[in-house]
Design a protein around this ligand. Structure first.
Ligand SMILES: *Cc1c(COP(=O)(O)O)cnc(C)c1O
Length: 440
């Protein structure tokens, strides 16, 4: 590929290459009516995922007692963060019109990150398929039976493998081991030591690589291909993971209704999603579009050192280009976002339904991590802060507001939702290091 020609054709690449924080308004953005048919998945697919999770709820509440209070449903809290909002108004020198909310996927049960949606769902879907095909289970049955030696023995005949920067491995490792599978997690260099340790404590086989995420995935895929009894979970292309994430849309709608928060033409909703390979934010955005239609605006956030989705969608090259091709190093403290090459499917599927993309530097994430820790006593990992500057960044952008017909009144009525994607299970010592990062 001729990079110089590409930069000439796509001038924003110059800024990406220089590691400058950028905002890119997506010119392909369109209505749900126009955009949703391009996704290749439907509301029915999401309903099926919802129903599958409901079938597994009795199992989950037995296997993971922390899900008892939600009756085996893996869901996170939606909260206001007024002290943080005030601090950020000072920090950015701009009053935020509308209210700021936080979606605490960081504190999802079982694995403490957004991957507890897609990752766990993918393993459950696979387990169900094996058990149904073997005639050991019927979908009308109470899935509590899966919490038994008989089923653990049944699943122990099969293997699950995944390549991960950390959180996906944590989710897939924990649920797979609990069901009884023999599970291997191929971990990239960036993965935290405590995540590897936690997995080993759960009886997961952890293979470490000195290279980045792409290499861990490739090696994992290669090893799994030689073993017909092994299911390799492909984060980069999986529709199953995507649907597991998409379930968040309708659930969020119910949470809004319970809090009497309106989302309609006069009350727009803006959602800021940290993006790695794209499945998590892409799946959530799909679910949100199905639930709220054109009244929700989804914005993706990436580190300046790993802007793979922006790069892929902006150039139209998707997974045919990596940040390394542009001379960007993919080195970031934001573990879950340290991805050099975007999903081959998410950008193509969702490209018309996303409002904008922006990048931010690691220092900003560390500063915001410290700020929310002190202002709201909420513990997050760096990735989870990527969405936090979004409301200020975007509402300062007059051309975007004008293009979307968002006037003064709608801005005052708006809800800005920052999706906090991880950090709930970070050990205290690691958290101290993160907090020290804000003073660097
Ligand atoms: C994985 C992850 C993301 C992004 O999800 P992708 O599917 O990789 O785009 C964001 N934040 C955290 C903490 C993650 O672990």
């Amino acid at each position: 590929m001729n990079i110089n020609q590409l930069i000439a054709d796509f001038p924003l690449l110059q800024n990406l290459k220089a590691l400058e924080p950028v905002t890119w308004l997506n010119p392909q953005y369109t209505t749900c009516t126009e955009g949703l048919p391009h996704v290749g998945l439907t509301a029915d697919d999401v309903t099926q995922a919802e129903q599958r999770l409901a079938r597994f709820a009795p199992y989950l509440s037995l296997a993971f007692p922390e899900t008892l209070k939600t009756h085996g449903v893996i869901e996170s809290e939606l909260i206001a963060i007024p002290a943080m909002q005030q601090s950020l108004e000072h920090r950015y020198g701009l009053r935020l019109e509308g209210r700021l909310l936080l979606k605490k996927d960081s504190h999802l049960p079982i694995s403490g990150s957004i991957k507890a949606r897609g990752g766990i769902y993918a393993v459950l879907a696979h387990a169900e398929k094996l058990a149904l095909e073997a005639g050991k289970l019927s979908s009308a049955q109470d899935y509590a039976v899966l919490f038994s030696d008989e089923f653990r023995y049944f699943f122990s005949q099969y293997r699950v493998a995944v390549g991960s920067t950390g959180n996906l491995g944590l989710s897939i490792g924990i649920i797979s081991a609990k069901l009884g599978f023999e599970v291997t997690v191929h971990m990239s260099a960036a993965a935290r030591a405590w995540k590897k340790q936690k997995l080993r404590e759960h009886g997961v086989n952890v293979v470490e690589y000195a290279e980045d995420y792409g290499v861990a995935v490739e090696q994992g895929r290669k090893q799994a291909a030689t073993d017909p009894g092994c299911f390799f979970i492909d984060d980069e292309n999986s529709r199953t993971l995507f649907l597991g994430y998409a379930v968040a849309g309708r659930r969020l709608k119910k949470q809004f209704e319970a809090k009497s928060i309106r989302v309609d033409e006069q009350h727009p909703l803006f959602v800021y999603l940290p993006c790695g390979v794209g499945g998590g934010p892409g799946g959530v955005a799909f679910g949100l579009k199905l639930a709220f239609g054109d009244h929700v605006h989804c914005i993706f956030a990436e580190p300046t050192h790993s802007p793979c989705m922006l790069l892929g969608v902006y150039t139209g090259l998707h997974d045919q280009i990596s940040v390394q091709d542009l001379g960007i190093d993919n080195q970031t403290a934001a573990d879950g976002l340290a991805v050099g090459r975007a999903s081959g499917f998410v950008g193509r599927a969702m490209g018309r339904l996303l409002d904008a993309f922006y990048t931010l530097n690691d220092q900003e994430m560390f500063d915001l991590l410290s700020l929310i820790y002190h202002q709201e006593h909420i513990q997050l990992e760096p990735s989870a802060l990527a969405g936090m500057p979004g409301p200020w960044q975007m509402t300062a952008n007059q051309s975007w507001l004008a293009a979307r017909g968002i006037d003064r009144r709608k801005r005052e009525n708006a809800t800005h939702l920052v999706w906090a994607t991880g950090g709930g299970m970070v050990p205290a010592a690691e958290m101290s290091e993160y907090l020290a990062g804000s003073k660097r």
